[in-house]
Design a protein around this ligand. Sequence first.
Ligand code: ZN
Length: 199
Amino acid sequence: MDIYGGHVNKLIEELSRLPGIGGKSAQRLAFHIINMPEDRAKSLSEAIINAKTNIKFCKNCYTITDREICPICSSEKRDHKVIMVVESPRDMAAYERCGQYKGVYHVLHGVINPAMGIGANEIKLKELILRLEQQDIEEVIIATNSSVEGEATAMYISKLIKPSGIITSRIASGVPVGGDLECIDEVTLLRALDGRITI
Ligand code: ZN
C-alpha cells in the first residue's frame, strides 16, 4: 500500500541506495529531511549537486579535487620522486591525517577484481605507468588494501614496474588481512609504511 505518496517514496528509495542505509534508516532520514526548514533542505541538495559537478580528478595523481592539480601534487614541500599507490581518495586522506608521509600519491580508484568485471583498464593504472615514464620517480610504494584483490593488484603492478628499475615496495603487514585502510588507526598505518618491503 502506498502510504506516503510518490515524492516521499522516491526520497526513501534514493536514500536506501546509499551504502549502509537499509529501508528503516532510509525512512528515518527521509522524515528528518522532510521536517527540516526549507533552506536547510535546499542547502543539502545543493551541496550534493555542487560536489558532483565541481569536483574533478587531479591531472597528476587522480585524487578528487576542485583544482586542475591537487594541493599535494603542487606542493614544493613534498618529495615528488616517491609515489604511494592507494585505492581511493579516502585511503590517501588516512595517510595524510598521519602527517608523516612526505611523498606524493597515485589514486587507482579501485583494484583489479575479475569477479566484478573490473580489469586493469577500469582503474587508473595506465595513468600510473605513464607517470613513471614521464616523471623522475625513484620509488613506488604500493598501499592497496590487504584484501585478496588488493594483494593481487599489488603483485600485478609490481610486475609491470619491475622492468623500469624503479624500486617497488609494499606496505608491511600490521595492516590486518582483509583490513580496510581507512578504518585502521594511524599508528598502525605508520608502522606499515615504515616497515615496507621491496618486492
Ligand atoms: Zn594530485
